[in-house]
Write a protein that binds this ligand. Structure first.
Ligand code: PLP
Length: 540
C-alpha cells in the first residue's frame, strides 16, 4: 500500500485533507538582516517552517498496540534495501520518506530561492515539548559529541576534582572528560553498572567522595543498552552538590522521558538515531539554573545579544540569556527542516506507543536469547551425561518450565490489553518448547535468572523492564579469542544483517537494536543466524 492510500484508508477518522501553506515555499530570499541584531530568531517575520504539516501524519495516531499490523504500514515509509536486515538503529536511524521529502524540498528551495536559513525557534520548541523543558533551555547542535563537549567545558572544575563516569561510555561521551583529565588533572572515577537499577545507584553512591564534583553518565549506554536510573542518580547527586551531565544519545525517539523529572543539569541528545532525523542533527539542554554559572568557550552569533565594532573599544552586550547561546553561526536550514519533520512524525506515532513497540520487540529478542541459553544448557548437560541424554529423548520438551511467550510478555509488561491470549499468535516467534504455561512472575524471574548466562552466551542487558529499552547486548563464548561476538557480527553481515559489535573498553559484545519499523520475522531471522553460527562454531 502506498502512503497516500494509507492516508485515504483513514485509520479512525483521520484523513490528511488539509495542507497548511509552507512558509519555506513562499519564497524567502537572502536578505540583509540588521547588522546589529545578531540573532535572527528575534525577528518573527523570518520564520520558516518547511517541514511537514501537522495534519499529514494524523493517520498514524492509533498504534498503541505494539502488535498492530498497522506497524507494517508505517514500515512502508522506510525505503530499506530488501536485502538488508537492519538491527543497528543505535548507530543511526533510517530516514523515513516524509523526512527525505522535507530534506529534498528544503535543499531545492534553498538553492532555487537563494534562501538563507533563519532560526525561528520551532526546532527547539519541539524538542522542549517532547522532553518537558523550556525552549529557552535547548540549543541545536550537530550531534551528541558536541553537546557532551559543551557540558564538560561548561563546568568549572579544577585539578583534583573527581568526576563519576562509567566504563560503558561511547568515545563521544568520554573524550572531552579524558582530555580534561589529561590536560587539567581532573580525576575520572569509573563506576561499574549494576545488574539492576538499585545496584547501579548503590555503586555510584559508594564511589563518591568529598572530592566528587561532577557526574557524567549515559542515560542509555551504547554498549548493552541498559537504561540507567538517571532520575535516582541525579536526585542523589543533587543532594551531594554534584553537577550532572547526561549523555542522552539514545532515549529521544525510543522512550518517553522528562528531563525536569530526571533533574540533571545538562543533557545532550541527537535526532539522527531514534528520532530518525537527518544525520548530523543534535541538541543540548542546560537548565536555566545552571546556565548563569556555566562557562562558554565559543562565542558567536546566537551567543550574544548585540555587538558594535564601531565603538572604541569595540563592544558587546550580554551573553544571550538562553541555552541557545551555545549554537553559533550559519546552520543547515534543510537539515533542521528534516529534523522537524522527523519530530512531528514521532509525535504523531506517540512517544508512549513507540516505547511500547520497541520494548515489545526487544522483549522478543531477550526471550529468544533466554530460550537459546536454556536449550544450549540442556544440550551440553545431555552430551556430558548419558543419563540426561536418554531422559531428554523421552521428554517432549527440554525443560518443562519454559514460559510461553504470553507469560513472558505479561511478566515484562504487566497485564496490558494488547498481550494476545495465545503467545503462538505472534508471527514467527514461539517458545522453544512450544508449550504454553501460566507461570507465576516469580517462576519466570527464576527462569530468566537461570538462563541469562550459559557457557556459550552471556546476556549482558538486565531484563528488568525499568533497565531495558530497545537494545540488547550479549557476549558469545566469553573466554574464546579472537572474539566470537565479533565473528558473529561479521557472519550476520555476510548474510545482509547489520548488528553492532561493541569492542571498545573490552566489553566485547553484540548489540541488537530494534526500532519500531523492525518486525518479528527479522528477529526470527536473527535467532536463526545465531543458531547457524553456533553450529558452525560447534558451540553448545
Ligand atoms: C551513548 C553515545 N554517546 C555519544 C555518541 C556519539 O554521538 P554522535 O555521533 O551523535 O556525536 C554515541 C553514538 O553512537 C552514543 O551511542
Amino acid at each position: 500500500m502506498k502512503r497516500k492510500d494509507f492516508f485515504k484508508k483513514g485509520l479512525g477518522a483521520a484523513v490528511a485533507t488539509t495542507f497548511l501553506p509552507q512558509p519555506w515555499l513562499l519564497g524567502e530570499t537572502l536578505s540583509d538582516s540588521n547588522p546589529v541584531d545578531v540573532n535572527p530568531s528575534l525577528n518573527p517575520n523570518l520564520t520558516t517552517d518547511e517541514s511537514a504539516s501537522v495534519d499529514e501524519f494524523t493517520a498514524y495516531k492509533q498504534l498503541e498496540n505494539p502488535l498492530s499490523s498497522d506497524w507494517a504500514l508505517v514500515r512502508k515509509e522506510f525505503d530499506i534495501n530488501p536485502n538488508l536486515t537492519f538491527l543497528n538503529n543505535g548507530t543511526m536511524g533510517i530516514t523515513p520518506a516524509p523526512v527525505l521529502k522535507a530534506l529534498n524540498s528544503a535543499f531545492s528551495h534553498a538553492a532555487h530561492e537563494a534562501a538563507y536559513p533563519h532560526a525561528d525557534g520551532s526546532l527547539e520548541k519541539s524538542i522542549a515539548q517532547l522532553t518537558g523543558v523550556d525552549e529557552s533551555e535547548i540549543a541545536i547542535t550537530k550531534n551528541v559529541s558536541e553537546g557532551v563537549n559543551l557540558a564538560c567545558w561548561a563546568m568549572n572544575l579544577k585539578a583534583g576534582d573527581e568526576v563519576l563516569i562509567t566504563k560503558h561510555e561511547h568515545v563521544g561521551g568520554c573524550a572531552p572528560w579524558l582530555f580534561r583529565a589529561k590536560t587539567e588533572g581532573i580525576r575520572l572515577k569509573v563506576v561499574e553498572l549494576g545488574s539492576n537499577a538499585n545496584t547501579t545507584l548503590a555503586n555510584f553512591m559508594a564511589a563518591a567522595t568529598p572530592a566528587t564534583k561532577a557526574m557524567a553518565i549515559p542515560h542509555i549506554p551504547c554498549t548493552i543498552g541498559q537504561v540507567l536510573p538517571v532520575k535516582e542518580l541525579c536526585s542523589w547527586a543533587k543532594s551531594k552538590g554534584i553537577i550532572t551531565a547526561v549523555d542522552g544519545a539514545h532515549p529521544l525517539g525510543m522512550l518517553a522521558f522528562n528531563i525536569k523529572e530526571i533533574g540533571c543539569d545538562y543533557y545532550s541528545g541527537c535526532l539522527h538515531k531514534w528520532v530518525l532525523g537527518p544525520l548530523g542533527t543534535g541538541w543540548f539542554y542546560a537548565s536555566k539554573e545552571i546556565l548563569a554559572g556555566s562557562s562558554i568557550r565559543h562565542v558567536a552569533a546566537y551567543s550574544i545579544d548585540k555587538f558594535d565594532m564601531s565603538t572604541t573599544p569595540p563592544s558587546m552586550g550580554e551573553l544571550a540569556n538562553k541555552t541557545g547561546r551555545y549554537s553559533y553561526g550559519t546552520f543547515s536550514g534543510p537539515l533542521h527542516s528534516g529534523a522537524k519533520t522527523a519530530l512531528k512524525f514521532y509525535q504523531h506515532l506517540g512517544p508512549g506507543a513507540v516505547e511500547t513497540r520497541v520494548k515489545y520487540l526487544s522483549s522478543l529478542v531477550y526471550y529468544q536469547l533466554l530460550c537459546l541459553n536454556q536449550s544450549n544448557t540442556s544440550k551440553s548437560m545431555a552430551s556430558a551425561n548419558p543419563k540426561i541424554k536418554s531422559a531428554t529423548k523421552k521428554l517432549p520438551t527440554i525443560n518443562p518450565i519454559t514460559p510461553s511467550l504470553n507469560d513472558w510478555l505479561r511478566f515484562v509488561f504487566g497485564n496490558q490489553s494488547w498481550i494476545p491470549t495465545s503467545a503462538l499468535s505472534v508471527s514467527g516467534i514461539t517458545a522453544n518448547s512450544g508449550i504454553a504455561t501460566t507461570l507465576s512472575n516469580q517462576a519466570i524471574q527464576q527462569w530468566a535468572n537461570t538462563h541469562q548466562k550459559s557457557s556459550v552466551l552471556d546476556i549482558l542487558t538486565p531484563y528488568e523492564s525499568q533497565s531495558r529499552g530497545a537494545q540488547i547486548g550479549f557476549r558469545i563464548s566469553p573466554n574464546k579469542q579472537p572474539s566470537l561476538s565479533q565473528k558473529f557480527c561479521d557472519f550476520a553481515r555476510s548474510k545482509g544483517m547489520i548488528l553492532r559489535y561493541v569492542g571498545e573498553n573490552n566489553i566485547d559484545c553484540v548489540r541488537v537494536s530494534t526500532h519500531y519499523y523492525n518486525h518479528e520475522e527479522e528477529i526470527k531471522t536473527f535467532i536463526s543466524y545465531l543458531r547457524d553460527f553456533f553450529q558452525q562454531e560447534q558451540l553448545g
